[in-house]
Design a protein around this ligand. Sequence first.
Ligand code: NAD
Length: 480
Amino acid sequence: MATALGRHLALVGFMGAGKTTKGREVAARLGRPFVDLDREVEAQSGTSIEVMFAHGEQVFRDAEERAAAKVLRAPEPAVVALGGGAVLSAATRAELERHLTVLVDIDVDAAWERVRKSGRPLARNEREFRMLYEARRPVYEQVVDARAADVDGIVLAAGGVHVETGAFAQLAALVPGEGRVSLVTDRHVAGIYGAEAQLAIGGRLASEHELPSGEEAKRLAVAARLWDELAVDRTGTVVALGGGCVTDVAGFAAATHLRGVAWVAVPTTLVGQVDAAIGGKTGLDTGTGKNRVGAFHWPARTVIDPGLLQTLPAEERRAGMAELVKTGLLAGEALWELPDAELVRRAAAFKTAVCLRDPTEQGERAILNLGHTFGHALEAASGYEIRHGDAVALGLTAALELSERRYGLDPDWRARVRELLDPQPVAVDRDAARGALVRDKKAVDGRPRLVLLEAPGRPVVTDEVPLDEVHAALDALVTG
Ligand SMILES: NC(=O)c1ccc[n+]([C@@H]2O[C@H](COP(=O)([O-])OP(=O)(O)OC[C@H]3O[C@@H](n4cnc5c(N)ncnc54)[C@H](O)[C@@H]3O)[C@@H](O)[C@H]2O)c1
């Protein structure tokens, strides 16, 4: 598995790459402890690195190897920044095999600029520094699972999420392992990207499966057909190419086929790229509602190619914008103003961090439901006739209005959301919507659990809003 779930996230790379600064920030975003191996070496030996070097580099390397073994064997998953030369040790390289190792990339000129005045023992002579850089590169290549240059990039790598325009064409290299591959897609996406996908997967392709498009795919009968027809054994991988409906059902089939096989998500909608394909929630709809059956099954990798959005119809893009606006409000930034490739990357990194902090939704992952409690109630009351994206857009305005009343949120945010998403009240039965709100999966003793904002970037989860206030906010979303 190409993720840091349940294991250490080790950062390697040349001096000056910013492993310590970035590592500390990544650890805060993932809710993990941060360990700087250099400081650990000093703490364990009771001597400074400079003094160890004065006795010869090997004195330092031996102490570093001992400290690395201790840190990498500690049970609590942490973010560990290793010194630039720590991977020279074969023992440390062997330890790293059990963890996710990310190369924090920097080019040699930038590295030299950053460290030339630092007084570090190995950064005193530019020619030697450059030679060392060249000598170390192949050693890093031996141990790394992924490369990243900034904090978002490291967070994405930790979740096994690869975001790159053009990544679709490199699918064969991005599907972990060497086993056979079953490709699952929907009819519509198969017509646009099927041939390219076959080519990209190449010789590992064992079977292809076309599902109906849209929610029709998320039925038990469709999953059952996949259980019968998937041509992968437990060494194989299911590759799901499509929107959230395809990744939800194919991920569920992968979670349950042979008691669980690996899967790779290749989202092709904006909803999929910023939300559905990240974080391991898979599921089906049943007679009692949407997503009533499912499993947490984290993809071995999520391959996001923003270039695939070029063929997305405008109404599907609009549906994705609602999820993107939600993410921007939670992150506290107008992500929707960024160009496609950047907004996808930023939003994907935000969701990845939240899900890594809480992979099975025991707590704070609930913030991702901003706007969704109202949205789900409207969808249910309409018999799932209205689009999820439209329902979420309405739900966001209700959550923002309550946030203004309870926490004094600046009303300008609601105005911006309205302008961007233009949500229109829907004709559904009010009582049915109210009923759905208290029957929501996440309601507590009949009280809807809402996500509100104290401020952009500061979500709160509460079940303490009086029911009449909740009803008034819901009623404002309904016409007739
Ligand atoms: N698992 C999760 O965490 C999670 C999160 C959010 C949403 N979801 C689920 O996702 C589903 C909605 O996903 P969606 O909005 O992606 O819908 P979708 O999968 O139905 O795709 C929408 C439509 O766009 C077409 N399409 C897909 N990619 C295309 C492309 N690149 N070019 C042209 N057409 C394309 C599809 O064929 C389909 O007709 C819902 O069922 C929702 O419950 C799951």
